[in-house]
Design a protein around this ligand. Structure first.
Ligand SMILES: Cc1ncc(COP(=O)(O)O)c(C=O)c1O
Length: 431
């Protein structure tokens, strides 16, 4: 396939002069892709396809880290946003859509009694922790997974916790997914001091039977608030996210991404007695763009669209189709790779025999998929615009990717086959 990435290279050179790490989001940084081969920047998107600044077309498997759930420039959402823009984006007192969206969310998700809005996931995960601390009068937090860039959350990051005060780090404790004992130990080490237990309900792997219930029960037994971070799973696994899918109810829940198809919005919701902490005079959660109206309009339109279309069911089907095809390619070519995760979030894995990440093979995969017009960072979040035919096209394009990888593996020349530097380790801690 004839393709040029000249404009990407020039734009990246300019970016490096003015933007640290040349990106606003770490997982979009050029060092997560193969420089010179992968595109640096995207110019436009439509459905499940995007075009880079050189005009190369890609089937996008990442869907803006899951923020795009229906598709780029989805006509229904676009229309709702344009309509709202014509009325105004933000006012000096609440906009009229705030109540409407709050009611629509509460109507759909039975355990939510009241909600507040944010823009990014970090806004609401951090608000959830503040509410839990204010409610319990305790300071410590037990967490599992990634919850955004705030100090309390990044305190346990294995690579990037510089800049966070030691005093803050001492209050956050990481427990391991599917290992209840690691959570139990945190409660033993900090009796009556843990305010909140927050976790991503689905990690790279699924919860073992009883794990989520066990986390809930331990949290409650020890008087801590039980919080689901459903930034990825909300409105994706099921309309009511992992809570609905696994039938485990948190005290507080955090949503974002899929709730508004690419317009910035996050939501904190849950039990009224907890949420009413935010009614008081002594807890602060407030910022200029909370209630940004185009986002609320997009979310109302997204929810309405989800009522009328089998969105989540389709995400499962497309993801499973891709996982099945990927497994077949790996088996038939003998390339040491696997795919894990659930249908709506399939993750391609490249592991060395010692269990560590095989960044060289992952880099080669990312390089070759880019050449074949597939945009992936290996953490795939399919969207409703991916048709069965699109996934089939991805799998056919991947035949060449696997052929190249198999050749490189057999010749022991994976690194030598890279046309740019190897990707850097992911910013997210493995959970
Ligand atoms: C599970 C989870 N929680 C929280 C966040 C933070 O959201 P944001 O980057 O919008 O602040 C993310 C972002 O990827 C996430 O995946």
């Amino acid at each position: 396939m004839q393709r040029s990435t000249e404009k990407s290279k020039l734009l990246l050179a300019r970016a490096e002069q003015v933007i640290p790490r040349a990106a606003q989001t770490l997982s979009k940084a050029p060092d997560q892709f193969v420089r010179g081969v992968s595109p640096y920047a995207i110019a436009r998107g439509e459905g499940c396809r995007v075009w880079d600044v050189d005009g190369n077309e890609y089937i996008d498997l990442v869907s803006s880290l899951g923020a795009i759930v229906l598709g780029y420039r989805h006509p229904v959402i676009e229309e709702a946003v344009v309509r709202q823009r014509a009325r105004g984006t933000l006012f000096s007192i609440p906009g009229d859509l705030e109540v409407e969206l709050a009611e629509q969310i509460i109507k759909r998700i039975p355990f939510i009694e009241s909600v507040r809005f944010g823009m990014n996931g970090s806004d609401v995960t951090t608000a959830a922790i503040r509410v839990a601390r204010a409610f319990t009068g305790r300071d410590h937090v037990a967490k599992c997974g990634y919850h955004g860039w705030a100090d309390w959350s990044i305190a346990t990051h294995p690579l990037r916790s510089k800049g966070i005060p030691q005093a803050v780090k001492e209050l956050t404790h990481e427990f391991s997914y599917n290992k209840l004992d690691t959570l139990r130990k945190i409660f033993e080490d900090h009796p009556n001091q843990v305010a909140a237990v927050i976790l991503e309900p689905v990690s790279a792997v699924s919860p073992e039977p009883g794990f989520l219930e066990g986390v809930r029960d331990l949290a409650h037994e020890h008087g801590a608030v039980f919080i689901f971070d459903e930034l990825v799973t909300g409105f994706r696994l099921a309309l009511g996210g992992a809570a609905e899918y696994f039938n485990v109810t948190p005290d507080l829940v955090c949503y974002g991404k899929a709730i508004s198809n690419g317009e910035p919005l996050s939501v904190l919701g849950g039990r009224k007695d907890l949420m009413s902490v935010l009614d008081g005079q002594d807890v602060f959660f407030s910022f200029t763009y909370a209630g940004y109206l185009p986002s609320l309009a997009a979310s109302l339109a997204t929810l309405e669209f989800m009522d009328a279309h089998p969105v989540q069911k389709t995400l499962w089907e497309r993801g499973k189709q891709m996982m099945q095809g990927y497994r077949t390619l790996a088996e038939t070519t003998g390339v040491p790779t696997s795919v894990i995760g659930l249908g709506p979030h399939p993750i391609f894995q490249f592991k060395k025999p010692d269990g560590g990440d095989d960044l060289a093979l992952k880099s080669l995969f990312i390089q070759e998929t880019a050449k074949q017009g597939i945009l992936t960072n290996c953490s795939n979040l399919v969207n409703y615009s991916h048709t069965e035919g699109d996934i089939q096209e991805v799998l056919s394009r991947m035949e060449e990717v696997f052929r190249v990888m198999a050749g490189a593996v057999n010749r022991n020349a994976v690194e030598a086959s890279l046309e740019g530097p190897m990707i850097r380790p992911r910013s997210k801690p493995a959970s």
